[in-house]
Design a protein around this ligand. Sequence first.
Ligand code: C2E
Ligand code: CA
Ligand code: CA
Length: 240
Amino acid sequence: MCSSDLYQPIIRVCDGQMSGLEALIRWNDPERGRIAPDLFIPLAEATNLIRPIGRWVLREACRQMNAWTTTHPGLARLDIAVNISGRQLSHGGLLGEVQAALRDFNLPARQLILEVTESSLIHDLPTAVNQLRELRELGVRIAIDDFGTGNSSLGQLQALPVDILKIDRALLQAMIGTRSGAAVVQSVVELGRALHLGVVAEGIETAVQAAEFGRISPEGLAQGFLFTRPLDPLDLEREW
Ligand code: C2E
Ligand code: CA
Ligand code: CA
């Protein structure tokens, strides 16, 4: 397939250490070069191509993690996060694909995180909840991506089988400069604590944002251009 995965580190706020990586797909077009997912994922979703693409991303991320832990055994503590679209969730085959990828690349289920957005869940909530429940029974963790931008209610969140909230970049931007913006992030962090969910701040671009999020959530994780942009595996390895 003419695509590649970039990987963006996810950082522990308390000590700056990497806790995991998120796989982010790019389409390599011979003429136009590397195409960002926002341009082709919606098309892939509309044409059902998302299933083979999603399967490829999942298997490639597990293969890459296995290769890294073989050459650098210390990396076995890192999580690998893969984005899953609503179409993949509403199709019954996802569980088997995840089982196969974990088995074929000898990856412990605990190391894999599947990221789903709130909006991808609401189309067929009962099916999505069942799938997520079965995936969690394997030991895989589930993250709600772009949290704070969707329209699911807090009552719904409580019923969802999830482990991690990824706070959307927009909320982290609004956190600086307004007391209400900081209060919103604080509330999400407290919600995470109350429900025993991990919290990740997305799109951290400035040291001021990192410091403010660290004050609100010393136990939290963060991801963003301030730490590292999404990188090719070879460029990432040069940083280790
Ligand atoms: P996402 O899952 O929310 O991924 C985070 C996006 O934010 C990535 O964009 C990343 O490059 C970007 N980002 C990271 N740090 C910063 C920052 O500090 N500032 C700013 N402005 N942006 C930052 P990317 O790679 O273009 O991906 C866009 C979206 O495409 C993803 O959003 C995700 O929804 C989707 N996507 C990416 N890969 C896949 C995939 O394999 N499968 C599916 N279904 N969707 C994918
Ligand atoms: Ca994501
Ligand atoms: Ca996100």
